[in-house]
Write a protein that binds this ligand. Structure first.
Ligand code: EPZ
Length: 428
C-alpha cells in the first residue's frame, strides 16, 4: 500500500491548479443515462471515484470514450463522452456501490429512462449511517414502486413517473440529485422544496438544462421542473472543486504561505473564505482564480458550525480543525451533517494537538506547534487534514491508507511539491 511522507515547516509558495469537482462530476456522469445522445463532459478530475463511476456506467451499457488521455486510463484525458444509446442493464451491483456510495445516483436516471432499476443498498460508511430513505421517498412520490430485496433497492415505474410536490424534511445533496434526474423525464410539473443548494446540484441542473430539461430556481432551495419527453446529448464543463480549493487554501494558511489557486472561484467557498479571513489569512480574487496568503500574521481560533450550502461545508471540517489545532486560542467546531466525522481527532492528537470531543462538537485548544508522527485515517477529508497537519508539523509525518486521498485529490503530492512542500509518495 502506498504511503505519503511529509517533512513539515516549509511555507507553500506558488500556483496550484484546481480540478473539476468530484462531487459534481459523479452525478453529471450518471445523467448520461437519461439520453441516447452523447454527453461530453470536460474538466473531469483524474480520481479513483471517477473511474468507479465509469466502470458502473459501462456495466449499465454506457459507451465511454475519452479524448486526449493515456490509453487504458479512463479519466486522464479529462474529456469523457458518455453514450447510453444501448443501455438495457438496470442493476448497480453491490461490489461497486460498496466501493462508492455515489453509485446510488444511477437510481433516478435508470428509473426515469428505463422504467426500472435494481441498485444495491449502500449500507453504512466511515462517517455515518448515511441512509437513502429520502431518495426513495422522493422517487415514490414521483410514482415509483420501491421494495428492498436481498440488499437491493428494487424500483419500477410501470406507468412512468409523474410530477409531484416534494418537500425534503432535511437537506440532502444526493437525494435532491436523484429526484431531479428522475423529475426531468416525469410527466408534468415537479417542485422540489428544501432542495440542496450546493454548487454541485446547481451544476447538475445546468447540465440537464443543456440537455433540454426545463428547470427553474437553479441554485435556490426550490427547484421547479417541467418534465420533457426526451433529453439530448450536450457538452458541459464541470465546475471547479470547492473542497479542493478550500483544502489548498488551508495549506497556504497553515504553512504561512502565499498560493494562487488557479481556476478557483470565490463564490463557491464563501463560508470557508470568511472563516480563513477571521483566522488571519488573506483571501482575494485574482484574474486567474484566488490568492490565499498568511504572512507574518498569527493564526487565531475561530468557532465554526457545519451546515448545508451556503453554510460551512462538512467536507472542510477536518481541514479546518488541523488549522485550528495550531491557532492561538480556542475554537469550537460543531459538526451537524454526519454523526461520525471526527476520526481525524485522535490522529491529530497523536501529532500533539489538544482536542476534546463532546457529542457533535470538538473543542480545539491551539498549541504552538505539532510534531510529525505515523498516522492514518478512515475517510477522504480526515486523511487530507493529516496531510495539512504534516505540512505544519516539525519532523516527519507518515500517512498510510493513501487510497482515501486518491479518491478525492488529484496529484496531491505533485501539487504540494511544486509549491515547495517536502512531500513524497512511496509506492508499495
Ligand atoms: C454528498 O453526500 C457528498 N457526496 C458528500 O461528500 C458531502 O459530505 C455531503 O453531500 C454533504 O455535503 C457526493 O456528492 C458524492 P447528503 P450525500 O444526502 O449526498 C442524511 C466527500 O468527502 N440523509 O446531503 O450522501 C445523511 O445521513 C463526501 O466528498 C438521510 O438521512 O449527503 C446526512 O446526515 C463525503 N437520508 C445528511 O442527510 C437520506 O436519504 C446529508 O447527506 C439522505 C441523506
Amino acid at each position: 500500500m502506498d504511503r505519503i511522507y511529509i517533512r513539515g515547516g516549509r511555507p507553500l509558495k506558488g500556483k496550484i491548479h484546481i480540478c473539476g469537482a468530484k462531487n459534481a462530476a459523479l452525478p453529471l456522469m450518471a445523467a448520461s443515462l437519461l439520453t441516447d445522445g452523447t454527453l461530453l463532459l470536460s474538466n473531469l478530475p483524474d480520481l479513483a471515484d471517477i473511474s468507479t463511476m465509469a466502470h458502473l456506467l459501462a456495466e449499465l451499457g454506457v459507451e465511454i470514450t475519452m479524448k486526449g488521455g493515456a490509453p487504458g486510463r479512463v479519466n486522464s484525458g479529462r474529456v469523457l463522452g458518455l453514450t447510453a444509446e444501448t443501455t438495457s442493464a438496470t442493476t448497480a451491483p453491490y461490489d461497486l456501490v460498496r466501493k462508492m456510495r455515489a453509485s446510488v445516483l444511477v437510481l433516478g436516471p435508470l428509473l426515469a429512462r428505463r422504467g426500472r432499476a435494481r441498485v444495491s443498498l449502500p449500507g453504512g460508511c466511515a462517517i455515518g449511517t448515511r441512509p437513502v430513505d429520502l431518495h426513495l421517498k422522493a422517487l415514490t412520490a414521483l410514482g415509483a414502486k420501491i421494495g428492498i430485496d436481498e440488499g437491493y433497492i428494487e424500483a419500477t415505474a410501470p406507468k412512468g413517473l409523474k410530477g409531484a410536490h416534494i418537500l425534503f424534511p432535511m437537506v440532502t445533496v444526493g437525494g435532491t440529485e436523484n429526484a431531479l434526474m428522475a423529475a426531468v423525464l416525469a410527466e408534468g410539473e415537479t417542485v422540489l422544496a428544501n432542495a440542496a443548494r450546493e454548487p454541485e446540484v446547481a451544476d447538475l441542473a445546468r447540465c440537464l438544462v443543456a440537455m433540454g430539461a426545463e428547470i427553474e430556481g437553479i441554485g435556490t432551495g426550490t427547484l421547479r421542473i417541467r418534465g420533457v419527453e426526451h433529453l439530448s446529448g450536450a457538452k458541459y464543463t464541470v465546475v471547479p472543486d470547492r473542497i479542493e480549493t478550500g483544502t489548498y487554501a488551508v495549506a497556504a494558511a497553515i504553512t504561512g504561505g502565499d498560493v494562487e489557486l488557479v481556476d478557483a472561484r470565490l463564490e463557491l467557498i464563501g463560508a470557508v473564505a470568511d472563516t480563513l479571513t477571521k483566522a488571519g489569512a488573506e483571501v482575494c480574487e485574482t484574474p486567474g482564480g484566488l490568492r490565499v496568503a498568511r504572512t507574518g500574521v498569527p493564526l487565531k481560533g475561530v468557532d465554526v458550525t457545519t451546515g448545508p450550502f451556503p453554510g460551512f461545508p462538512t467536507d472542510m471540517q477536518a481541514q479546518l480543525m488541523a488549522l485550528m489545532a495550531v491557532a492561538e486560542g480556542d475554537s469550537e467546531i460543531t459538526e451537524t451533517i454526519f454523526e461520525n466525522r471526527f476520526t481525524h481527532v485522535p490522529e491529530l492528537c497523536r501529532m500533539g494537538a489538544d482536542i476534546t470531543v463532546h457529542g457533535g462538537s470538538a473543542m480545539v485548544r491551539g498549541v504552538p506547534g505539532l510534531s510529525g508522527a505515523p498516522v492514518m485515517a478512515t475517510d477522504l477529508r480526515a486523511s487530507v487534514s493529516l496531510v495539512l497537519a504534516g505540512l505544519a508539523a516539525e519532523g516527519e509525518t507518515e500517512i498510510t491508507r493513501v487510497y482515501h486521498l486518491d479518491r478525492g485529490y488529484e496529484r496531491l503530492e505533485e501539487k504540494l511539491s511544486a509549491c515547495g512542500a517536502d512531500v513524497k509518495r512511496v509506492r508499495g
